[in-house]
Design a protein around this ligand. Sequence first.
Ligand SMILES: [Ca+2]
Length: 449
Amino acid sequence: MPSPSLRFGAAALVSLVSLAANPTPAPEPCSADGGWECPDIGVALEPLKAGGKAISVGTPTALLFASLEDGGGEHIVIADKGGTVTVIDRATGDSKEWLALDGVASVNPERGLLGLALHPQFASGTHQFFTYHTVPRTDEANANCKRLPAFTTKNLPKICAMGEEYGCGGAFVVTEWTVYPDSEDPSGTVVGRELLSRNQPGEGHNAGHVQFGPDGMLYVSVGDGGAQMDPCGRGQDVSYPTSSILRLDLSADDLVPADNPFVGKADHEPLIWAYGFRNPWRMEFTPAGLDGVPAGVLLVGDTGQSRREEIDAVTRGGNYGWSVREGTLNHPGKGVGEVNKSLVSPLFEYGRGEGKASPTGGFAVVGGVVATAAGPLQGMYLMGDNSTQLLRALDLRALDLGSPSTWSGRGKAHMLTGGKLPAATFGRDAAGEVYVAGSGGGVFQVVAQ
Ligand SMILES: [Ca+2]
């Protein structure tokens, strides 16, 4: 086996906090004490350029900044929903393709190559990256799924069980990829190893983010797999790894971290870290070094169905409510009374009615990243909405991230004015500046005015 020789600088793989003098004073944190007054923050969306040319990707789903070579040149690593992972030299614009997955492209906006993470030790020799993608149902599943019983309430349990067994919604796949140098191919030779693959009962709500935590574990977000109203009850089902944030230990043969909450419990999926999510599209761990913001808190944007979009802070074993509850609103007839007291409320929610249904995508709220560079956005969690095209900034200093009992969905966000786009994913560079990629392919730096 060839020995990897790429050199990755640490700068892009850890969050560096700029402590430079703040040229523009940050706004006062908006809080309940001030009547939740959150003034608008003016921003401009400036095209991200590499080698002097604006970057455009088909349908970006992940945007990472990394230093890939000796001397610390900065690279932009982008996943496209159609199945490619591209590495672009930020200074020269030269690009190379690490990956082009066959058979994952889909007209369904919730399917395809959805997640990408670099190994935290990439810089010190573990030249690996990780992806999350969906695959369509197989020909065999297609034949089987055509024979499902007629859709009636009585048949539902059977339909759900068979749909899952056959993979009527295809499957989601988490893959580890290792990059080996190759004298013939400047992109290197990339070798994949499938870590996890599970059938999906339905077509939609595939979530699909992968992200390493500060604990070195790989976190994976998985949606309920559809359809509307979670007919198969995946949200509250802890025996199957849907509607969940999974936590994987890559050093364990079975990938199960010993301290996951359901290890050793009968009929519980041991990879689950937290559950009760509908379609947790994007995740982010709060970075270190910010005053008033504890580091390492996992934030997730969970797309609503018809009433609430929400941002959650994820706790070990936490139940985030779907589908007995959407945001802080109960779903009648879903038996919320039995579990209500144990549900974790969102940090922040807003009405999905503000967004209406997205014409181009099945998701609305898009969880973002925390800006660390000095300036008005420092310590703010930027988020988007794929439907309304609005951008918001949630001031994390105004929320007690260490006390789940204080979370109530009542947090407020600043509206970012001056820039609108159907956000698909966010990224942060080594300097702590923040970027948003839109479903239309453009990538922009969010610059406070
Ligand atoms: Ca929830």
